[in-house]
Design a binder for this molecule. Structure first.
Ligand code: NAP
Length: 393
């Protein structure tokens, strides 16, 4: 049966890669909703090619422009705008599968809506799970849909676990540890004294992956890996101390599971997001993802090392927030989003990203993250505080 797919964040890096996989399999996947933030031209091109029922942008004037353009092309796509329209794209497009690929907290509400509505949720938007972990997993359970991780590390772990990972406690499967691999980003070996002068262009030039700007900076600071540890905690239900990070500069082993009997299962592949995207879309089957085959004989070596926490203070901050639990991960995430945006705007030096996050985490006490209202209110408070710290900087 053809899967009906809604893509939240279709104009971004994950969105474009998702459409690339779908384009190759018109018999398997039909696009029913596409959402963008500001890239109206790119969304217009996508609508012309994939003819969704619903298209969403952020601003009213962009919606008017898009609607006029699509009508002139004879398309009957319903054009909507604003945050609530992202939920409508999930609940009223007739989709059964949702690619959650909006970056940051903006993706939380529509991703939760997909969970509640029992869709197959392809989760790229890790920030949504970091902010709302318990609430989100409960919504998935109540909705009864399938949750498939798209982050390459979590997708790798999913592939290394027996089917139905969420339904069986990992301890009864003999799982001892999860090893999340990390390339270490562009500054893995940069002398520490040079880090102060890092520019946004340098931080966004990831050695192995081509990604959106925010996740590229997060990879450089390794906040990304910290967010992924929290993501793994919620997805796989293992205690935090059993989730380890390993630097693996070649980005070939995407992550591993160590079992009680001494076996370590790894998933390997090219650093190309189309592999986990294709797996999520077609699971439990596998389809051609358009990815070049991996040639192990051409690789000089695969190496692994412990991360240097002095070089990557954001990783320590994420571990601390994960350990504190409650609203701490949401506070960490909000402060980081603001600090990274300021760094990208050249309003904050690179090394201050971790400092801003630390100040905000210290200033707001952790509380129970038991409702969406609480999480959104803490998120707003942390953003404001981060902004204040940046202004004073
Ligand atoms: N890229 C990767 O390889 C990768 C790998 C693993 C996980 N992820 C995760 O996947 C998510 C997306 O990453 P990405 O690299 O694809 O990011 P990206 O290239 O920056 O794309 C983000 C998408 O979200 C949309 N968007 C941004 N703010 C929005 C808002 N306020 N309201 C509605 N839509 C909004 C953007 O729309 P416009 O561009 O039209 O404004 C774009 O479509 C992130 O959570 C990231 O951590 C990405």
């Amino acid at each position: 049966m053809t899967k009906q797919v809604a893509i939240l964040g279709s104009t971004g890096s994950i969105g474009v890669n998702t459409l690339d996989v779908i384009r190759a399999h018109p018999d398997r996947f039909k696009v029913v909703a596409l959402t963008a933030g500001k890239q109206v031209e790119r969304l217009a091109e996508q609508c012309i090619e994939f003819q969704p029922e619903i298209a969403v942008v952020t601003e009213v004037q962009d919606a008017a422009r898009l609607e006029k353009f699509l009508l002139a092309k004879g398309l009957r796509t319903k054009v909507l705008y604003g945050p609530q329209a992202l939920v409508t794209a999930v609940t009223e497009s007739g989709c059964d599968t949702v690619m959650a690929a909006i970056v940051g907290a903006a993706g939380l509400v529509p991703t939760l809506a997909a969970a509640q509505a029992g869709k197959r949720v392809l989760l790229a938007n890790k920030e949504a799970l970091v902010m709302s972990g318990n609430l989100f997993m409960q919504a998935m359970q109540r909705g009864g849909g399938e949750l498939l991780p798209i982050d390459s590390e979590h997708n790798a772990i999913f592939q290394c676990l027996p089917n139905g990972f969420a339904k069986v406690p990992q301890s009864s499967l003999g799982v001892e540890e999860l090893w999340l691999t990390a390339s270490g980003g562009p500054f893995r070996d940069t002398p520490l004294e040079q880090l102060a002068g890092i520019t946004p262009a340098q931080a966004c030039a990831h050695p192995n992956w081509v990604m959106g700007k925010k996740i590229s900076v997060d990879s450089a600071t390794m906040m990304n890996k910290g967010l992924e540890v929290i993501e793994a905690f919620w997805l796989f239900g293992l205690p935090l101390e059993k989730i380890k990070v390993l630097i693996h500069p070649q980005s070939v082993v995407h992550s591993m599971v160590r079992y009680r009997d001494g076996s370590v299962l790894a998933q390997m592949g090219q650093p190309d997001m189309r592999t986990p995207i294709a797996y999520g879309l077609s699971w439990p089957e596998r389809v051609d993802a358009g990815v070049a085959p991996l040639n192990l004989a051409q690789l000089a070596a695969l190496s692994f090392a412990e991360p240097d926490l002095a070089r990557f203070p954001c990783l320590s901050l994420a571990f601390a927030a994960a350990k504190a639990g409650g609203t701490s991960p949401a506070i960490l995430n909000a402060a980081n989003e603001i600090a990274v945006a300021a760094f990208l705007d050249e309003g904050l030096p690179y090394l201050q990203i971790a400092k801003v996050v630390e100040q905000v985490l210290n200033a707001i006490p952790s509380s129970n993250a038991d409702s969406l209202e609480t999480i959104l209110s803490v998120d707003a408070q942390a953003r404001k505080l981060a902004q204040d710290f940046i202004c004073k900087h």
